[in-house]
Design a protein around this ligand. Sequence first.
Ligand SMILES: [Zn+2]
Length: 706
Amino acid sequence: MGCVPAHPAQFHRKQVLKRAELKPGFKLADRGPRRAPFPLELGRQKRASVDPSSTQSAGRLSQIPASLDLPHRRFAAAPRFLASLLRSFTAAVPRSSLLLRSRVSAAAASWSALCSPPPLRVPTMAEPEMTKAEEDPTKLRLFNSMTKEKEIFTPRVEGKVGMYVCGVTPYDFSHIGHARAYVAFDVLYRYLKFLGYEVEYVRNFTDIDDKIIKRANEAGETVESLSGRFINEFLLDMAELQCLSPTHEPRVIEHIEHIIELITKIMENGKGYEMEGDVYFSVDSFPEYLRLSGRKLDNNLAGARVAFDSRKRNPADFALWKSAKEGERFWDSPWGRGRPGWHIECSAMSAHYLGHVFDIHGGGKDLIFPHHENEIAQSRAAYPDSEVKCWMHNGFVNKDDRKMAKSENNFFTIRDILAQYHPMALRFFLMRTHYRSDVNHSDKALMIASDHVYYIYQTLYDCEEMLSVYRKGGISVPVPAEEQKIVDEHHSEFLKYMSDDLKTTDVLDGFMNLLKAINSNLNDLKKLQQKLEQQKKKQQPQKKQQQKQQQEQKRPEDHVKTLFALETELKNKLSILGLMPPLSLEEVLKQLKGKALERAKLTEDQLQNQIEQRNDARRNKQFDMSDRIRKDLAALGIALMDEPTDQQANRQQTPYPQTSSQVQRVHSAVFGRLDGSLDQVRQMQKRLICPYHQHKPSFRSQASAM
Ligand SMILES: [Zn+2]
């Protein structure tokens, strides 16, 4: 295999330069992190072995200053150059020569195995600043779908962010896939705001489309009236899920003028053509087409929405303007009466609100092709300087590990889910999976999410109740060092995970420590208060030794101060994530409980009756019976949560009386409906006392591996 190069170190500058001359615009030092035309596998292998913690390795080449010794530059450039060379060579071998192609690939693979990581990190005077930024864990990094790697987020204008997210086509109620996308970008929007950025967030409505026209005709109403209705329904869903309103929510029919302007510009630049009142984009006129998806031009028809049209110059050409059919809503244009194609609206509206160059463009990963590819082509064809700094795409929603589809009858609207589960449970459920991974929707996972939010709000409610008497009077003692450490660590972990491409899965797991600390402080404080109360009643003078012991232990004010600090930290972080409900916690707990009862088909009275029977059984030490009642309720999707000391208190007869608040709190099942096998029930009972502490959620996504 004489054609396959031996080792990068053997490359000469001449070869690098020769390659550079072959590709116009190829500049060694200019290749920033957003350009990755080389084979990604090889690129990843190289980057992973160089510095796994690095997120900007692709841009390393551009970071090597020109003044550096030539051998370093050559060495750093070699793997990338070789990869390009191999790719060109493989492409040059005829498709029929399968044997030769496979040998070339095998040689390429063995070469890349031999290729030891080049020493890209060369210390220079100019580099420390970059290194510092890269190593700062709180510096926001976002995964860019264009370069396929996490990059440090640097807005185009300091302190300001322009963000465009593709919106819905309002012809029906929105489904859970929409909730997934808009919750994901709401989390980003909120976090950017928290980081102090002034964010201009644009989310459009595609309010003219084949489906809307069809539905409006069926319903005998105008497209405006039908889309208007479903836009309102969508906004209600978004409000339920606590998604903040974007800065602008433009509708296509308000921007027809801008769309016509953009198509005119594309036509002027010779990148579009007209056929009998239809205008098409010529993909052959745009060499960069399909760079985002990495598809090949000859196989891209599979994902196209439209049927093959023989009038097109290239089957992949897509419509910019469609001539109006009989009875369709139309607008006048230089090409006759018609309406815009699907993709052009986002190019026109993003440029109108954010300019030709803006920071973030988001949407579901199903939009990468053809929608976003076409958007890039149109925008750049009209204005060559058009650019999106970071492309972000969220994963799908599957139902019980199968793709959700109307034809499969496993399709859920947001309304369907909110009829059974609290909106905060749905939001929590969606955030439990990293935004780039696919979410698996199941009743079990939603029940677990309901439990988690119930547990969070119940803990906060108890904390609020306990602290209510202390809120007015100031407490001068500092937060004990140990607890202050928990708060500080939580804060820095939150920043670390959120800044690492919004790792919400880890952030939500991180609440566990705060909740544990709140509950243990609440318990200790209650015990201490009861003890002091008893001593006061008996009016026992404290012995010197007892006094000394108490001085060493925590005082009530230490716990109170700790609880204030923990509560503030928890509420702050929940607010940033959009998980702090607008209603009182008492009200939200009531709602969550109501949803759990509805799912179990039980009334409040029936449940209360069961709880009282169980209390009697526990008082009479009939633990078999009390366990059976608990098991029966669990099978219905209702779990009883006793306070941690409760069971101990009953069985060991400790001096602490069973208070009404200790009796029972109801929340939805920890593990959903059970088949009732004894092992399962026992396992569940063990976890019932404190589900969030002991139960490692099974629906955690593969996000951590990303
Ligand atoms: Zn769009």
